[in-house]
Design a protein around this ligand. Structure first.
Ligand code: SAM
Length: 261
């Protein structure tokens, strides 16, 4: 398995923040479940090269590799900790996986038209500029290749955002929760056709108490915590969790199926 960075100095050039890959790997059951459903929408022969755009700790990537007994995966993520965790999980797949630390908001360090399809789950809303994101994906996708993705969409985690504000942080967060219309237009401008985009609700309950606090800390609030001093982080997570007593996170997912023109 090859691991690479998109920075000639060897340091990760990604501008987005690092995650806790080992903890994410342990608690990412909701994202893994949704990812399996998204993967079912990607028709595969089994010998293709597929880009997993935002592979995280590799749990969905692993399922993708199982669908590609004669194929390869380029697993790209901006977080070195996530890529490290993915490296451990995906080691049995040897050189059928290429791990790359790279920012999807910048031109990708992959040759043009070098992948047959793109899969992406629970990632696009973390990338601020969707126009740049889709253009970067279009560049590496062969004409006729499929993009199948899901991320947070318009209205996602509105309840959690209210809880964040009520806990004293007015920042609207790092996320781009786009509508289907915005997304369709951006995809078409970036060279995609046969675009199908829709939203669905995915309310998800995490056990209140430490499981919810750990989930908020690891999956949802990382960018908010990075803006606070180390001593203020735990009390902020407690304050947000206290405002979600039933542990229900009101996820709204944006689903994307499109073809590279
Ligand atoms: C919630 S995780 C999803 C991981 C995996 N796809 C899954 O479904 O479990 C979001 C991932 O997006 C990655 N990410 C966020 N912004 C990114 C960017 N600009 N470029 C590449 N990856 C990014 C994070 O590092 C993180 O691994």
């Amino acid at each position: 398995m090859a691991a690479a960075s998109d920075d000639a100095s060897g340091a990760p050039a990604a501008r987005s923040r690092d995650w806790d890959g080992a903890t994410y790997d342990r608690i990412a059951d909701p994202m893994t479940r949704w990812g399996a459903d998204v993967l079912d929408r990607l028709p595969l022969r089994g010998d293709e090269t597929v880009l997993d755009a935002g592979c995280g700790s590799g749990r969905v990537t692993e399922r993708l590799l199982e669908q590609l007994p004669g194929g390869q995966v380029a697993a790209v993520d901006a977080s070195p900790s996530m890529v490290e965790a993915a490296g451990r999980r995906l080691a049995p797949y040897g050189d059928r996986v290429r791990l790359v630390v790279a920012d999807l908001g910048r031109p990708l360090p992959l040759p043009d038209a070098s992948v047959d399809a793109v899969l992406s789950t629970a990632t696009f809303h973390w990338v601020p500029d969707h126009e740049a994101l889709f253009s970067n994906l279009a560049a590496v996708l062969v004409p006729g290749g499929r993009l199948v993705a899901q991320c947070g969409g318009a209205g996602n985690i509105a309840r959690v955002r209210d809880a964040i504000r009520a806990a004293g942080d007015p920042w609207s967060g790092p996320w781009t929760f786009a509508t289907p219309d915005e997304t369709r237009a951006r995809l078409e401008r970036s060279g995609f056709r046969d675009v199908d985009v829709w939203l669905h609700d995915e309310p998800t309950r995490i056990d209140p108490g430490e499981p919810l606090r750990e989930y908020l800390r690891t999956v949802v609030l990382g960018a908010h915590l990075d803006r606070r001093s180390a001593d203020a982080r735990a009390s902020f997570v407690d304050a947000v969790a206290a405002r979600l007593p039933d542990g229900v996170i009101d996820y709204v997912r944006l689903n994307i199926v499109a073809t590279r023109g």
